[in-house]
Design a protein around this ligand. Sequence first.
Ligand SMILES: *Cc1c(COP(=O)(O)O)cnc(C)c1O
Length: 393
Amino acid sequence: MSYQVDEKGYYGQFGGAFIPEMLYPNVEELRNSYLKIMQSPEFQTEFQDLLQNYVGRPTPLYFAKRLSEKYGAKIYLKREDLCHTGAHKINNTLGQILLAKKLGKKRIIAETGAGQHGAATATACALMGLECIVYMGEIDIERQAPNVARMKMLGATVVPAISGSKTLKDATNEAIRDWINNPENTYYIIGSVVGPHPYPDLVAKFQSVISDEIQNQLLEKEGRKNPDLVIACVGGGSNAAGAFYHFLDEKEVKLVAVEAAGKGIHSGETAATSVLGKVGIIHGSKTLLMQTEDGQITEPYSISAGLDYPGIGPMHAHLCESKRAEFESVTDDEAMQAGMELIQLEGIIPAIESAHAFAALKKIQLNAEDVVVVNLSGRGDKDLATYINYFHI
Ligand SMILES: *Cc1c(COP(=O)(O)O)cnc(C)c1O
């Protein structure tokens, strides 16, 4: 069995492209051209140059000595927090904007929940001098003022989504509507391994630079390419997809995916899709999502805005169902404690999304000889107010 996407766009029973007929031409254009463009030497030269000189790659693989002593294993941190703009998301937005340019598109749209993907997209558009429209739920616009300001400074137009619950899924609907209305000149940049095929695959491929670097760096530091364990948090699943990518078919590497349990899996305020999710369609793909008895998407909750998503991408739904990856759920409290522990042991303030991955260290069996890689997906500067409130600092 392969854990990669198949020719039809599926991971096991998950994936595909469940889209309105009006979108067929756009998605078809992308499906027919993405691999050819991405594999061309011209594209690769430009992309690699940006990753190196703009993003600051390769990001370090840092041996966390004090954390390792505490947990009794050799723990390395993959420092995506050191990427330009502070998280892994920029790897994907730069890849997609180059794809858009090669397809001759002049107008970029995106949806955003917490504003992180919107800001990464606005950054790429400023860099390339392309028009940028970001759809964002009206409630999220109020909650995420600094990211809204960031996007505006970068030249993006932020359009409020005012229907439904006025959050991410409503912003997604608006973005899809825009794309249907502007099929010729517009490219839709999706921010995680979600959406209709080929998006999950192309986002995973752009993020796969993470595990590619891990292999080279481990070879240098440990004399072997594969770790025993890779741990990453999962919202939609893009940083995890990137950290797992080159290990998917390496059975001896254990993969641990960490979801946000919010106030507890059964509290009604959670984002633990792997436990509570049922098969359904969200954002144009068949996957696991949290829904009511009659199929309405449940509003998710997590203290970390980036994990506050009611589904997981189809690759992860398959990794979960096939048990290739172990899924752990981490509550708000567990994540905040793990974040503070990392701050005080290693002098690194993680994004609260990433703190969830660290909390999993307490939940898994570790041996002294184990080489463990935790994907540190982003830095915590954006989360300072949450840390301050939580710890009454
Ligand atoms: C957006 C975000 C996530 C969650 O998104 P994935 O697609 O699951 O990676 C995790 N960490 C950080 C720092 C983020 O900004």
